[in-house]
Ligand binder design. Structure first.
Ligand code: ADP
Length: 488
């Protein structure tokens, strides 16, 4: 069959800019738009959370109501519509389980106790809604555990077979650490037959695992980088699902995410007071001065600035950086950290700031405007992650000519090419072991090049010229959809 435009329905519990807690939202917002640029029809489905600004996103009632039964109780879900994403039909599922909560998944005291119900309802209502669409989809693309029941319900509910016979499902895992695991007693909420509570179904050490619904019943599985796709098959990084994933290895691929160049581009970045490009980087030096001033650091001219913009979590290698700070300052580096997260890291980085007030800049908040200046004003970007499914930070840093020093894992291994003199592909510095001596020695290699100005500018130009656009990633997803539908 020759290729024709497809109708792709994306189902996700978060979509940028409506609602976001992490990278999942970026993908669910940007990928449909990139697919639309390739000529495909796109519908996006998400919950109508209370935090979503209904006026800002022009959300209107469609008049349609979906009724579904979740474990003997009937629920009415109103369908709202937004035209905010250009060229995309965005449909939002309005029910008190979403619109009566201040957050998406839980509060500081923990996850909402009825998340098994909330996302069972989301999946059930999404399926019912898809069945009423004027134009049935070719592909339903589900993301993460919150949508894991969808492929399972489609394939295992006897009454649904006819409508879904030709429709393919794709399930993308963004971070295997989050699986949606609930007590066995809540299995009835899923609406799945008893036989699906099995090893090759949703059973997980006596509990219910929503992610496994996606893993075992989707037609194709993807994750967000080729290296991560291999890593999650190992006991070290499989989060107890490596066996399940190995059973589905033949349908699993890794596709790297893109970054949104309309937001992340030093040539046009609206957060920056000055712009720059590969050919003219003088403004980058001025932005470095501005950043020093903002962080209260003393700018001495030739000290490189090493930056981190990150969640402060063990996964991100905060312990490695904390251990290395003294030596890095001794080596002649300044450091800047922008992040929020675990209290122990707030305290430990705070201590380093007090120890090196002139050389260590610290901002413990979530600050998008400052993050742009951090990428632009730094020389080196640190990402010593324990694991990194894809990672956006390194791709943004590359675009801004801030050279990544990163651990060779997941998406970092797929986007950073370790420095070799006179290699035209090199764009950063990689190290293997998750320990601070290896981080420091990678920084030392970077410093050797940093001190040879011409070599460093060449490396920065190479870094900035990489293509990490969504258009590139969307082509890969498009190929995957076509191969699934047996188009040439
Ligand atoms: P993850 O999704 O695991 O947190 P990524 O590297 O994929 O890590 O994405 C992190 C994104 O969040 C980047 O765009 C980064 O700039 C942004 N970010 C992280 N922490 C902060 C912060 N404190 N302030 C502003 N932006 C932040």
């Amino acid at each position: 069959m020759s290729r024709r435009p497809l109708h792709i329905v994306t189902v996700s519990s978060e979509v940028h800019p409506f609602a976001k807690t992490g990278g999942l939202a970026d993908v669910a917002g940007a990928l449909p738009q990139a697919l639309a640029r390739l000529g495909h029809q796109n519908t996006v489905i998400l919950p109508a959370y209370r935090i979503i600004d209904r006026r800002k996103y022009n959300m209107t009632e469609t008049g349609q109501t979906i009724t579904c039964t979740v474990e003997h109780s009937r629920h009415s879900v109103k369908i709202l519509k937004s035209d905010h994403l250009p060229g995309i039909t965005t449909l939002l599922l309005d029910h008190p389980a979403f619109s009566d909560r201040p957050e998406l998944y839980g509060t500081a005291t923990g996850d909402y106790p009825d998340n098994a119900f909330r996302f069972a309802l989301f999946c059930r209502a999404a399926i019912e809604l898809i069945e009423t669409l004027e134009q049935p989809p070719d592909v339903v693309h589900c993301h993460d555990w919150q949508t894991g029941l969808i492929p399972a319900l489609i394939r295992c509910s006897p009454g649904r077979k006819t409508f879904w016979a030709k429709i393919k499902t794709v399930f993308t895992i963004h971070n295997l650490a989050y699986q949606g695991v609930f007590p066995k007693e809540q299995y009835a909420l899923t609406g799945l037959p008893e036989k699906c509570f099995a090893l090759d179904g949703l059973e997980f050490y006596g509990q219910v695992n929503y992610l496994k619904g996606g893993i075992f019943f989707a037609d194709r599985l993807t994750t967000v980088s080729p290296t991560y796709a291999r890593e999650i098959l190992t006991p070290e990084q499989g989060f107890q699902l490596d066996g399940a994933l190995k059973a589905r290895e033949n349908i699993l691929t890794g596709i790297i995410n893109g970054i949104d160049y309309s937001e992340w581009d030093p040539v046009s970045d609206k957060y920056l007071t000055l712009n720059y490009d590969q050919a003219r980087t003088a403004n980058k030096n001025t932005l470095k001065r501005i950043l020093y001033k903002k962080l209260g650091l003393v700018h001495s001219g030739n000290r490189p600035l090493l930056a981190m913009v990150t969640r402060l979590a063990g996964q991100k290698g905060c312990d490695l950086v904390l251990e290395a700070v003294d030596e890095l300052v001794e080596l002649g580096c300044d450091l800047a950290v922008l992040g929020t997260g675990e209290q122990r890291y707030h305290d430990a980085f705070g201590q380093k700031k007090r120890l090196y007030p002139q050389n260590f800049g610290l901002c413990l908040s979530f600050d998008p405007a400052l993050s742009h200046l951090m990428y632009a004003g730094s020389d080196i970007f640190l990402m010593p992650s324990l694991y990194e499914p894809c990672g956006l930070g390194q791709m943004i840093a590359l675009r801004y000519g801030s050279i990544p020093v990163a651990r060779k894992t997941g998406g970092l291994a797929d986007t950073i090419v370790d420095y070799q003199p006179s290699s035209v592909d090199s764009n950063g510095f990689l190290f293997d072991g998750f320990n601070s001596p290896e981080l420091v020695s990678a920084v030392k290699r970077a410093l050797q090049v940093y001190r040879k100005k011409e070599e460093w500018s060449l490396l920065a130009r190479q870094a900035m010229s990489g293509d990490f656009s969504w258009d590139r990633s969307a082509m890969k997803y498009q190929d995957l959809y076509y191969s699934l539908l047996s188009y040439k």
